[in-house]
Design a protein around this ligand. Structure first.
Ligand code: KE4
Length: 436
């Protein structure tokens, strides 16, 4: 639909850009890769949210993962209201944080101790510092390995793109990050076990940490191969490097025990976020007790936060963690998400479009390509122009997909059969419009 002056979204976007850089508080929200006017959301319920024009959308970003039980779930709202009436924040320990820590430890067996923070970036950054301080039996190491296409938040050491030569250390992927910082980060190709072998042969006992998205969601959805993860686990154990699984997106999203429970591989540290906050700022990092003991106030690795474990945020997260443990929750969520993918693939077929999809639990990827990508290079070869046209064709039909060909999508428990059917019906029209 043409954006007219009557369009509250456009009016707000024009106004927002005067006071906020790009008019948004997180870049992906500005629609720069898909074009057009961002929708300013005024309220949400279940699988839906409404923009400032009062237009309703079926929401497939769910705040990029947290809204797994659906928007404004009554049990979550009630838990938060009860917490609010007792107080917003104390800067002192609370019983609720202990209950939350115990719940996370119960649900993720590789986590023996856990610390709560306020964002995935803060959790990944802290986990990285902890790994560097704890590696080599506490003597500390500097080098880390990450993978092209994976995103672990915006801490300096992690805003790195691959170096010129394969095994040379990384260069900053953002302005403002000194090369001295990224020179300790090695960026390898995702799903390439041989490169891992070579990197450890060259730098093994200097490597503090390997950090990976076990099922990548920041280059669109790309599954790690078991061999890739098994190689990583073996080499980290062999060289005393700390293996950190960044499950900010996959934790409690792809399965109750996260992606690590699907692959059956135990990391030394796990980074969590999104779902554990249920839409409020709660993230966490945790793992082996002998690693976590290096954290202040016990050990020499400093980490802190004014609102860490905030009582109202923890109430929201805890209510969400209780709801996802309902019998059959992941069975239903997986069935709904794969029904969505099957429906979209079937809708595309009559138009002869190269289109496919993949899903794990409540997380999905759609690709304008003839086969599901397994590498960053294959993701980059998908048809982004076609995706952008499909994105807008669906948006015009009341379906809000992730506004980028390089993001994953998310289904909630509130996306029932009718909602999935309505999405597939919209897609039948949208594919016709895109194929034309
Ligand atoms: P936050 O600091 O945005 O809470 O979490 C950073 C982060 C860390 N690790 C993984 C695997 C993540 O997916 C994220 C954040 N994901 C993006 C979605 N691509 C959040 C959306 C945004 O940046 O606005």
């Amino acid at each position: 639909t043409m954006s007219t002056t009557a369009d509250r979204n456009q009016q707000l976007f024009d106004r927002a850009q005067r006071s906020i850089p790009g008019g948004v508080n997180s870049p992906v929200r500005a629609f720069r890769s898909v074009g057009g006017t961002p929708r300013f959301i005024s309220r949400a319920k279940g699988p839906h949210f409404w923009d400032e024009n009062g237009t309703r959308y079926i929401d497939y970003i769910g705040s990029w993962g947290p809204m797994i039980v659906g928007h404004t779930h009554p049990a979550v709202v009630a838990a938060m209201q009860a917490a609010i009436e007792r107080g917003l924040s104390y800067g002192a320990p609370t019983a609720a944080e202990v209950e939350m820590a115990e719940e996370i430890i119960k649900l993720v067996p590789s986590i023996e101790q856990v610390r709560l923070v306020s964002s995935g970036t803060e959790a990944a950054m802290s986990a990285l510092r902890l790994a560097r301080g704890a590696a080599g039996d506490g003597k500390g190491r500097r080098k880390i390995i990450k993978f092209e296409g994976c995103y672990h938040g915006h801490a300096d050491s992690l805003l790195v793109k691959a170096g010129s030569g394969l095994l040379t250390f990384g260069n900053p992927s953002s302005a403002g990050v000194p090369a001295e910082i990224t020179q300790h980060t090695l960026v390898l190709d995702y799903n390439d076990p041989q490169q891992l072998e070579d990197a450890f042969k060259a730098h093994g006992d200097d490597i503090a940490c390997v950090m990976v998205e076990v099922i990548a969601g920041n280059m669109n959805l790309v599954r790690a191969t078991p061999e890739f993860l098994q190689t990583m686990r073996r080499l980290c154990t062999q060289h005393g490097a700390i293996l950190a699984f960044d499950e900010v997106m996959t934790g409690f999203r792809v399965a109750l025990g996260g992606a690590q429970s699907i692959y059956g591989i135990e990391p030394d540290l796990t980074v969590l976020g999104k779902v554990i906050g249920g839409g409020m700022p709660v993230a966490a990092f945790g793992g082996r007790k002998d690693v976590m003991k290096h954290l202040a106030p016990l050990g020499g690795v400093y980490q802190a936060g004014t609102l860490s474990g905030n009582p109202v945020a923890v109430a929201c997260g805890m209510a969400t963690l209780k709801l996802i443990q309902a019998p059959g929750f992941y069975q239903r969520l997986t069935a709904q998400t794969s029904a969505l993918i099957d429906g979209l693939v079937a809708a595309a077929k009559p138009h002869g479009l190269a289109f496919c999809g993949d899903s794990v639990g409540g997380m999905f990827g759609i690709y304008f390509a003839s086969a599901v990508p397994q590498t960053y290079a294959q993701i980059m070869a998908t048809d982004k122009t076609r995706f952008n046209a499909f994105f807008h064709a669906m948006l015009d039909r009341g379906v809000y997909l992730a506004p980028s060909a390089y993001e994953a999508g998310f289904v909630s428990a509130a996306h029932d059969e009718q909602v999935i059917a309505a999405t597939v019906a919209a897609a039948q029209d949208a594919f016709a419009a895109v194929a034309g």
